[in-house]
Design a protein around this ligand. Structure first.
Ligand SMILES: Nc1ncnc2c1ncn2[C@@H]1O[C@H](COP(=O)(O)OP(=O)(O)OP(=O)(O)O)[C@@H](O)[C@H]1O
Ligand SMILES: [Mg+2]
Length: 229
C-alpha cells in the first residue's frame, strides 16, 4: 500500500507505437493509486480521449474514488496546465497518444518517469528505437528522466517470445527494462472499459491484479515507501 503524503511524481505512459496498452495502463495505474488513498490526476494527452472516457464511465457509475481527469488535445495547453497544476496532486499520470507528437515531446520534458509499454513482437521492439531516441533527446535538455520499458500483451505461459523480447529490449541502452510483464488478459481490457480498477472487477482476476500491482510497485517503489498491510 502506498502511503499518503509522499512527494509528487509525474508519470508519462508513452510509445510512438500505437495499440500497446498506454491508455489501459495509464487508467489502471491511476485508479490503483487513487484507491491507495493518493491524490491522483489523470491527464489525457491524446486527442482520441480514451483515458478521459474511462474516467467519465467511472464517475457516471459513482465508483469511488472518482478520478480527477483532464483532457488536453493541444500540446501547448498540456504543457502549461501540467506545469501549473501538477503540484496540487501527489501523482500525475499522463496518457500520450501513439505517434511522435508534440504532446509526447512535451510529456517527456514534464515527466519524472516515462513508462513505455511494448508488445513482445519483433516489429514492435524494432520500433522502440523511435521512442528511445526521443528519450535521449529529452535527456539532452533536462536531467533525470527515468525511462522504463515493460512488456504488455505478453503471451500466457512460458512463451519463448516473452523471453526473446526481454533479451532484445536490453539492446536499448536508454531504457531500463522492468523485470515484470503483463499478459494479454481479458480482465485488463474489461476493467479499463468499465472504468474499474483491476481489483474492483467481479469476479476478480488474481493474476491480472498481481501483475498490475507488481508494475505499480516497480514504477513507484523507488520514490514511495511501500508497506504491506
Ligand atoms: N494486458 C492486456 N490484456 C488484454 N488486452 C489489453 C492489454 N493491454 C491493452 N489491451 C487492449 O489492447 C487494445 C489497445 O490498448 P490501449 O488502447 O490501451 O493501447 P494504446 O497504446 O493506448 O493505443 P493508442 O496508441 O491507440 O492510444 C485495447 O483493446 C485494450 O483493451
Ligand atoms: Mg491510447
Amino acid at each position: 500500500m502506498l502511503r499518503r503524503g509522499d512527494s509528487e511524481m509525474i508519470l508519462a505512459v508513452a510509445n510512438t507505437k500505437g495499440g500497446v496498452g498506454k491508455t489501459t495502463l495509464s487508467f489502471l495505474l491511476a485508479v490503483a493509486l487513487a484507491r491507495a488513498g493518493r491524490d491522483v490526476w489523470l491527464v489525457d494527452g491524446d486527442p482520441q480521449g480514451s483515458a478521459s472516457i474511462a474516467a467519465t464511465v467511472r464517475a457516471d457509475a459513482s465508483r469511488e474514488p472518482i478520478l480527477a481527469c483532464s483532457a488536453f488535445p493541444d500540446a501547448r495547453a498540456l504543457g502549461i496546465q501540467v506545469r501549473k497544476q501538477a503540484s496540487k496532486f501527489q501523482d500525475v499520470v499522463i496518457d500520450v497518444g501513439g505517434r511522435d507528437t508534440e504532446a509526447l515531446r512535451v510529456a517527456l520534458v514534464l515527466a519524472d518517469t516515462v513508462l513505455i509499454p511494448v508488445q513482445p513482437r519483433g516489429l514492435d521492439i524494432w520500433a522502440l528505437g523511435a521512442i528511445a531516441g526521443l528519450v535521449e533527446g529529452a535527456r539532452a535538455t533536462r536531467d533525470g528522466l527515468r525511462a522504463l520499458a515493460v512488456i504488455n500483451l505478453a503471451d500466457p505461459g512460458t512463451s519463448a517470445d516473452n523471453g526473446d523480447a526481454a533479451a532484445a529490449l536490453a539492446d536499448f541502452k536508454a531504457l531500463e527494462v522492468l523485470g515484470t510483464y503483463l499478459v494479454r488478459r481479458k480482465a485488463f481490457a474489461a476493467a479499463a472499459a468499465h472504468g474499474m480498477g483491476i481489483d474492483e472487477l467481479s469476479p476478480c482476476d488474481p493474476k491480472a491484479s498481481q501483475e498490475l500491482n507488481a508494475l505499480l510497485s516497480m514504477v513507484f517503489d523507488h520514490q514511495y515507501h511501500m508497506r504491506t498491510l
